[in-house]
Design a protein. Structure first.
Lengths: 177, 661
């Protein structure tokens, strides 16, 4: 009995290690295959900025664009933010989904840090986030002109991700008919 | 040239770490004094070469050697010298180098000051340190070489992330790492004890100061990180339950548990295998804290460039170290001596309860941090938990723990009685109850948590001071006696009182900040005034001000309250090289609260979006943490006198009964 007690820590550790190993095997930025190539799940969100129109899933079509999931309380988003502003300046359409956040906090964040989003919807309950499979903010989806998800970035977009992964994909999508 | 010197030094350090590990463990096994001496020298030489490698990298930053890839990526010639040097540990590779440097420092400390230890124990501790050092030097050399050259050499470098260009960066990582790596000592001592099959009071007396050092640095490091986030990220939060914050918090919780259980081991010879287990877990979590963010398993604000090869190596190292340590524990711990017995109501039980709460709290933080990994592994749908989850789940464990903090040191060793205990705690309990009632009258029944927070803070502070009152027999003894008792109070008791009272100050700070924070957001033009929390805030001027490597928009505010006027400057800085900007909030410090003003981009018409907060008691959060760390330091100076006496049997004097942290 006593021996078994001393075995407990190592057994518990093996379980945790197995979970980490499985986590490492999966690329966290890989989408569940169910969503890649599929249309963005339907949602209709109220606006972040007062008096704005909000964001519906139908808005995510017509041209290739990015859907950026953010939150005012998310520190990584603050770090990613300047890059989004640059993308906006380059003429890329970026829509924002303010996840698990009060709209007022989201609006204050955008007024303070700059606003890279054409449309921005507030997902206070996180419901739309669940349909999209959002695990943590920030996450960014590349959506093609038919409103289908083509790629998902987990975590902040680093300049390198943009240059090597997202921009080439966006260029390809722009060339697609 | 410096890069090649550094490279060579790194290779030599790696080889020396292998020698250190092999020679000491072999020497201890064969009881061969020559081999053990070789291991000791190897650990000193290893420190020398790691230090040389570190200085080479720092020198490359100092002289703007952009042919070193790391320098070109994280520094440029306009960056001030202090941030060029700070950038040495601002990247993944550099911070790893700092980590192994601190590890080598601890190893050398055992080699130099460990003369009074049993020879084989000292050798085995050094052996484990050598293995850990070799694993991480190998990681550095094979997957994250800091000295890689760049060709063609760029004219100028990129830039250190502007958020990191702050005095906080210069101090936060070294302090935090000193804490993390300090726990490696507890780990090495634990493994050495398991191999030797012997744990005694001398062992505990040696381990405790190191755990205390690690704990002090972790406390200060975490407080610094929190303070840094408060003034840098521009919206006045002080704790976000971010994965990396959690990763530093978990070793802190376990180091706190270890601090208390090793005290029981030293004084009473109980909780032996439990202390060993805590030591293993604490260092494992501190490795997780340093590395998991680099493995690609989680992403966070602190994330460095993610590379799955590194992830595999790091997870492999952590898995092998923790796994073999715990296997060794399973194999050997049952053969260790069982500790002295104690009754249900005793100081030992108090510490056991403290440890259980701390362990469960660690488990809660661990689950909350890694739930996506676990759910993913079980192929469940991803759900999300953020700061609200932590608040709801963590608080029920934190509150009883805080209540116990006062009771623990009031208990007698071995056995105690409820009636006697009540007589000891009734004053703090009465004061806390009164504070609870008064606070409820002020804030109303709707804010019962606020009132409880106030009561808890008063309970902690009064309970800590009560220890002194009882010790000095205030109100009973004569003046001369009291003076003698005050003078003879051991530093360890002062440390205990400070640490526990600091926790109370922190509790009050958290309560004030979460309950009474107010804010306003509005568009202001120069000359306009607004009132917030009884203060009148006027926007005086908006100007542009050039910095060394940025352009700033500086807004000058005048804050007038009944204590007078003060000027606050809030800045928004744009860094042209990386096209990023940072906010430098204008913060008016005050004993009872801060005024915190941050500004947005100026509008074309000259108006400015201004967000202002009143943060009541927020400084008490960091103040409390610093008081706790000070308590640790005071206690350490007391113990410093006894560190050398490793072979003496513990003789708890009656006067020392109440003297413990």
């Amino acid at each position: 009995m006593r021996r078994f007690l001393f075995l407990m820590p190592v057994l518990a550790f093996m379980l945790v290690a197995a979970a980490f190993l499985a986590g490492l095997g999966r690329d966290p930025s890989r989408l569940p295959s169910t969503l890649i190539g599929k249309p963005v799940p339907a949602f209709n969100l109220p606006p972040v900025r007062a008096g704005d129109v909000g964001l519906k899933s139908q808005d995510l079509s017509g041209r290739p664009m990015l859907l950026n999931v953010f939150a005012s309380w998310c520190a990584t988003c603050h770090i990613e933010h300047p890059l989004l502003l640059q993308l906006k300046a380059m003429g890329i359409t970026v829509e924002g989904l303010d996840w698990k956040d009060e709209a007022a906090d989201g609006a204050r964040y955008l007024s303070e840090s700059g606003d890279p989003y054409t449309l921005a919807g507030n997902d206070r309950t996180g419901r739309a986030g669940i349909d999209l499979g959002v695990a943590a903010v920030p996450e960014t989806f590349v959506v093609d002109r038919h409103g289908r998800v083509r790629y998902k970035q987990v975590g902040a977009i680093e300049p390198d991700d943009w240059e090597k992964k997202i921009k080439p994909l966006m260029d390809r999508l722009a060339a697609e008919s | 040239m410096t890069a090649e010197i550094g490279q060579l030094a790194l290779i030599l350090a790696l080889l020396l770490a292998l020698v250190q590990g092999a020679a000491t463990l072999w020497g201890a096994w064969r009881v061969d004094p020559v081999m053990m001496a070789v291991g000791r020298s190897a650990s000193l030489l290893q420190l020398l070469f790691v230090a040389l490698a570190f200085c080479s990298l720092a020198a490359a930053y100092a002289v703007n050697d952009f042919s070193v890839a790391l320098v070109a990526q994280h520094s440029n010639s306009t960056q001030p010298l202090v941030y060029r040097l700070g950038a040495t540990w601002g990247s993944h590779e550099g911070s790893m180098l700092l980590w192994v440097l601190i590890l080598a420092l601890y190893g050398a400390a055992v080699a130099i000051f460990g003369g009074t230890l049993r020879r084989t124990l000292q050798a085995r501790v050094l052996g484990v340190q050598g293995i850990v050092a070799a694993a991480f030097l190998g990681f550095l050399f094979f997957t994250s070489n800091p000295f890689t050259r760049l060709f063609p050499v760029p004219l100028d470098g990129a830039e250190l992330n502007p958020i990191l260009q702050d005095p906080g960066l210069v101090f936060h990582p070294p302090v935090l790492y000193t804490g993390y790596v300090g726990l490696s000592m507890a780990f090495s001592f634990a493994i050495a004890a398991l191999i030797e099959g012997r744990v005694d009071a001398g062992w505990a007396r040696w381990v405790r100061p190191w755990v205390l050092v690690a704990w002090i640095f972790l406390t200060v490091g975490i407080a610094m990180g929190s303070l840094w986030a408060y003034y840098t990220l521009g919206w006045g939060g002080w704790w976000y339950w971010d994965p990396v914050e959690n990763a530093s918090f978990m070793p802190w919780l376990l180091a706190t548990a270890l601090l208390h259980s090793s005290l029981v081991l030293e004084r009473r010879g109980a909780l032996i295998s439990w202390t060993i287990l805590l030591a293993i877990l604490a260092f494992s979590l501190s490795m997780v804290g340093t590395f998991l963010v680099r493995s690609g398993v989680l992403t966070s604000v602190h994330a460095f460039a993610v590379d799955s090869r590194r992830g595999v190596y790091i997870l492999g190292v952590i898995a092998v170290m923790t796994g073999s340590a715990l296997s060794l524990f399973a194999w050997r711990a049952s053969t260790l001596r069982t500790g002295a017995l104690f009754m249900i109501l005793s100081r030992e039980s108090g510490v056991v309860l403290n440890n259980l709460f701390l362990l469960v709290a660690t488990g809660v933080v661990f689950t909350g941090t890694f739930y996506p990994v676990f759910l993913d592994a079980m192929n469940l749908e991803k759900v999300s938990i953020g700061p609200p989850w932590f608040k709801i789940v963590f608080t029920p464990f934190a509150v009883p723990l805080l209540m116990l903090v006062v009771i623990g040191p009031m208990l007698n060793w071995r056995r105690d009685e409820l009636g006697a205990l009540w007589r000891r705690v009734r004053w703090p309990a009465g004061l806390a109850g009164a504070a609870l009632v008064i606070a409820t009258l002020f804030v109303g029944l709707g804010h019962v948590f606020t009132a409880c927070g106030v009561g808890l803070g008063v309970w902690l502070i009064a309970g800590a001071l009560m220890l002194l009152v009882r010790r000095w027999r205030l109100g009973e003894a004569g003046l001369a006696d009291i003076r003698r008792l005050v003078r003879s109070t051991p530093l360890a008791v002062w440390g205990l009182v400070l640490a526990h009272a600091g926790l109370g100050v922190l509790t009050l700070g958290v309560t004030g900040m979460t309950s009474w924070q107010t804010n306003k957001v509005l568009t202001m033009v120069p000359g306009q005034s607004v009132t917030l929390a009884g203060k009148t805030i006027t926007l005086d001027t908006v100007q542009t001000a050039p910095g060394p490597n940025y352009e700033a928009t500086a807004a000058r505010f005048n804050v007038s309250s009944r204590f007078g006027n003060r000027a606050l400057i809030s800045e928004r800085r744009v860094f042209p090289v990386s096209q990023t900007h940072t906010t430098v909030a204008g913060i008016g410090l005050g004993l009872f609260g801060n005024t915190y003003i941050s500004i947005g981009d100026p509008n074309p018409d000259g108006s400015l979006v201004v967000r202002m907060w009143d943060h009541p008691l927020v400084d008490w959060i960091w103040g409390g943490a610093l008081i706790m760390a000070l308590g640790g330091a005071v206690s350490l100076t007391d113990r410093g006198l006894r560190v050398g006496a490793a072979n003496r049997v513990a003789q708890p004097l009656p006067a020392a009964q109440a003297a413990s942290a």
